[in-house]
Design a binder for this molecule. Structure first.
Ligand SMILES: Nc1ncnc2c1ncn2[C@@H]1O[C@H](COP(=O)(O)OP(=O)(O)OP(=O)(O)O)[C@@H](O)[C@H]1O
Ligand SMILES: [Mg+2]
Length: 330
């Protein structure tokens, strides 16, 4: 699908016309899309890139929502402007307002200088709000104003000024259900999902698994020769609950162990090949099953409690309490 230029300059897809090499600050990622399902999404991305309306990207963790957000920016009229990304779940609630809207000097203890917020920083470009479902309700009202009127007021300021931002948001959660439970503002929900995209989980697009694995392998500093047929079969048989991110990690694991030879099943993580699991685990109590699950998620997130709490759908404090009960330091 990707048109490759010999000098490594941006490639265009001959099917959807999208620029298919996505740049972030540290790296360039070639988008791999061999499956019909992902190609259909990218065709939509090409159309939505030209529009001004907000886009909501739905999809499980690790499916490629940020890649889609960057592609929307890189292929639209604002491509020369800034792409500013904020993971809403990563910023403590009390700092989020000033992060987004900025503040004036003296607005709160420690505000020794006035500072612009990310909405201002993204003016003329795209603001990508990842994990939008985690935004506290009071701030949602203020964001609604920015989305609706393009108006921003710094914390502690009386003046209002305008910003010209395209909003792209993403969530792995069922926002409609959160609206029904009163945890997400309905008006903001409809404002932000004028255009909606769903990035399908990897298990719904098996045609992407091997092309992605080969692409990840080629990006390794010390790429292995390839995959043995058994390793390829194992990659295809695994359901990839952590989606493309988990596949990328499995390839890294394989490349590290294969040391330049072909990656075989013995080089892949045990959960992928099923090797580490006993055939018939003894039945567990609910509390033990929860403990195992929590610890497995934490391990899969590379030990990041914040990421683990997000995937588990619980607050960071709740996770912290559980880990303390298990005697695990996080
Ligand atoms: N189609 C693709 N082609 C190449 N790389 C991809 C593709 N989709 C995802 N990736 C890679 O997989 C990883 C996860 O993608 P991304 O960060 O966009 O997922 P996400 O849906 O935003 O995840 P999260 O919900 O955890 O934030 C990234 O390293 C990204 O570069
Ligand atoms: Mg993301």
């Amino acid at each position: 699908m990707v048109e490759t230029l010999p000098d490594g300059s941006p490639c265009r897809c001959d099917v959807c016309g999208l620029e298919t090499v996505i740049s972030s600050v540290r790296s360039q990622t070639p988008i791999v899309a061999e499956s019909e399902a992902l190609r259909t999404v990218l065709l939509r991305v090409a159309d939505f890139a030209l529009a001004e309306a907000p886009v909501m990207v739905f999809g499980e963790s690790g499916t490629g929502k940020e890649i889609v957000a960057r592609a929307l920016h890189a292929n639209g009229p604002r491509r020369a402007g800034p792409f500013v990304a904020l993971n809403v779940a990563a910023v403590p609630g009390e700092l989020l307002e000033s992060e987004l809207f900025g503040h004036v000097r003296g607005a709160f203890t420690g505000a020794t200088q006035s500072r612009e917020g990310l909405l201002e920083a993204a003016s003329g470009g795209t603001l990508f709000l990842d994990e939008i479902a985690e935004m506290p309700l009071p701030l949602q009202a203020k964001l609604l104003r920015a989305v609706q009127e393009g108006e921003v007021r710094r914390v502690g300021d009386t003046r209002v000024f305008g910003v010209d931002v395209r909003f792209v948001c993403a969530t792995h959660r069922d926002l409609r259900a959160l609206v029904a439970r009163g945890l997400f503002r309905e008006d903001l929900y409809y404002r932000l999902k004028v255009l909606a995209l769903r990035v399908p989980p990897l298990r719904e697009r098996p045609d992407d698994v091997l092309p992605l694995a080969r692409s990840f392998l080629s990006l390794e500093k010390r790429p292995a020769a390839g995959f043995t047929p058994e390793a390829e079969a194992a990659l295809l048989a695994y359901p990839w609950p952590g989606n493309v991110r988990e596949l990328g990690n499995a390839v890294k694991h394989g490349a590290a162990l294969a040391r330049g030879a072909s990656i075989g099943v013995e080089h892949l993580p045990e959960e992928v090949t099923g090797g580490g699991e006993p055939a018939g685990p003894a039945p567990l109590s609910l509390a033990d099953a929860e403990r195992e699950h929590v610890l497995r998620v934490l391990e899969r997130c590379g030990g990041s409690p914040q990421e683990a709490a997000r995937i588990l759908g619980i607050g960071r404090t709740t996770l912290w309490r559980k880990l303390r009960r298990y005697g695990v330091e996080a």
